[in-house]
Write a protein that binds this ligand. Structure first.
Ligand code: NAD
Length: 512
């Protein structure tokens, strides 16, 4: 394919490129007349517009996916696996282009965009194993001449609704397994960084994916409602904030769909008195401020047990000036801007609120020169100490480069605190005591746990998902649970009788 940075942008609307839908293998500009601005967070300048789908455009994307389903479902496992390998190779070949598109609209540094993509590609690699994963079971001779076997079949048209913070990886969490198992897919990405989804669609087409198997609709609530309530959509995967996750789960399941809806997070790191201070401080800085804290698995709160508090705070403080903040395209930058001005200002408001509530602002991101002088959506790193559970900076998901610190006296107090929070996405313990770590994994009511690992995102052959208000539904995302989510089981009981022994028998079938 001809490589351009934003091949999905169609003719200018005014002077700005326009990001449109991808339906049935083509870029389809919206006729709704509705659009939203797309910004480069590093400069604060609007760079594009993104179309907003009408109800009719949602219907047309679903219709394309529905029309493509019978042939795709009937495509052999060998052929589907072959196409998944080709898709994996296309994404691999175009890592730099994909990362550049992500950085240009999200703001994260290029190495972070590349890291997101690498984890996304691992999900596609997992989906390449579809012939193995979609295998059923077989029991021979369950009764005289009778065999029983199970098969897993695709659901039909499935939808994915994804957040701004991982515009490449989170869709790959979903569509890899969905498509590999024989479903067709409609993706509704965030309007904040919509371009990469259409670029991926183009790469998949070039890799041999038939038209209509993967579609993208750009849009907002109308698109989300349209997909969540559409009679031809069998299942919805959602990742985003908790209020939207809860609503989509309720609406989708009421409409009879299978729904997995992953929500927000407030991940705690419990630091025991025996923890290695240097290693733990490095982890706090990396996991607290990486991607400007806009990760659902970021560490948001450090819970210090006993005497570890003061040396750890000192070690974190020492490291803060080393965090280089700047344009994500500059290789020297370690942390880019936040995604929008509105979000940056909301994050900054929690620093103010923490101070007003009596917490100690050890480092204030608003003092960073780029916060004051740049038109980009920058905020420096913040460290708020002496936080208590009643404060908004503790209770709310801030989703920015703000690390809060809560002191506790004992391990038990720390576990109780973590288990009492609304969210239960990820957590980590830092200690040199294996027994304490093992007890923590037993005690903690959180879906993903790290032991001296601050961001314990499961590898692609496990599944991803939190507990409590971090996930609505029964199924975690990607890995074995993802395959199960996108398929349904059928059990076949089979006999090839000898007509000579056939008889009428009205009794309930017995196996013995
Ligand atoms: P968001 O909820 O604002 O948006 C997510 C998606 O839903 C987008 O496509 C958006 O257009 C759509 N949407 C937003 N509001 C909606 C509404 N009222 N009705 C219907 N659709 C709506 O989330 P975001 O700001 O894009 O992403 C950040 C959030 O995502 C954070 O809360 C973060 O924790 C969460 N997140 C969670 C995970 C996880 O695995 N649990 C992973 C990544 C992000």
């Amino acid at each position: 394919m001809t490589q351009t940075m934003e091949p999905q942008a169609t003719e200018a609307q005014g002077t700005l490129p326009r990001v449109s839908h991808w339906i049935d293998g083509k870029v389809v500009p919206s006729a709704s007349g509705q659009s939203r601005p797309v910004y480069n967070p590093a400069t604060g300048q609007q760079t594009k517009t993104v179309d907003i789908a009408s109800v009719e455009e949602i219907d047309s994307a679903v219709a394309a996916a529905k029309a493509a389903f019978p042939a795709w479902r009937a495509t052999s496992l060998a052929k589907r696996a072959d196409i998944m390998f080709r898709i994996r190779n296309a994404f691999d070949t175009h890592r730099d282009e994909i990362a550049a598109i992500v950085t240009s609209e999200h703001g994260k540094v290029l190495s972070d965009s590349a890291g997101e993509l690498a984890r996304g590609i691992e999900n596609i690699e997992y989906a390449c194993g579809v012939p193995q994963m979609q295998k059923g079971e077989f029991s021979e001779q369950v009764s005289g001449g009778v065999d029983v076997y199970s098969i897993r079949q695709p659901l039909g048209v499935v939808a994915g609704i994804t957040p701004f913070n991982f515009p490449a990886m989170v869709p790959m969490w979903m569509f890899g397994n969905a498509i590999a198992t024989g479903n067709t897919f409609v993706l509704k990405p965030s309007t904040v960084d919509p371009s990469v989804s259409v670029y991926l669609a183009q790469l998949m087409q070039e890799a041999g994916l038939p038209d209509g198997v993967f579609n993208v609709v750009q849009g907002d609530r109308v698109a989300v409602s349209g997909l969540t309530e559409h009679p031809d959509i069998a299942a919805v995967s959602f990742v985003g904030s908790t209020p939207a996750a809860r609503r989509i789960y309720e609406t989708g399941t009421q409409a009879g769909k299978r729904v997995q809806a992953l929500g927000g997070a407030k991940n705690h790191m419990l630091v025991l008195p025996d923890a290695d201070i240097g290693l733990t401080a490095d982890a706090c800085v990396s996991a607290g401020y990486g991607s400007a804290g806009e990760r659902c698995m970021a560490i948001a709160t450090v819970v210090t047990v006993g005497d570890v508090h003061d040396p750890l705070i000192e070690a974190i403080k020492e490291r803060l000036p080393q965090v280089v903040i700047g344009d994500g395209t500059d290789p020297a930058s370690q942390m880019g801007p936040l995604v929008t001005r509105t979000h940056r200002d909301k994050v900054a408001s929690y620093i103010e609120a923490g101070a007003a509530d009596g917490a100690k602002v050890v480092a204030d991101g608003r003092e960073h020169p780029l916060y004051k002088e740049s038109d980009g959506f920058y905020l420096g790193v913040s460290l708020i100490d002496d936080v208590t559970p009643n404060m908004s900076c503790y209770k709310d998901e801030i989703f920015g480069p703000v690390l809060t610190v809560v002191r506790v006296d004992t391990y038990e107090e720390g576990v109780k605190l973590i288990n009492s929070h609304e969210f239960g996405n990820g957590t980590a313990i830092f200690t040199r005591d294996g027994g304490a770590a093992r007890q923590f994994q037993f005690d903690i009511d959180v879906g993903m746990v790290g032991i001296n690992v601050p961001i314990p995102v499961p590898v692609s052959y496990y599944s991803f998902g939190g507990w409590r208000a971090s996930l609505f539904g029964d199924s975690h995302m990607y890995g074995p649970e993802g395959v199960k989510f996108y398929t349904r089981g059928k059990v076949v009981t089979s006999r090839w009788p000898d007509p000579a022994t056939s008889e009428i028998n009205l009794g309930f079938p017995r196996t013995k």
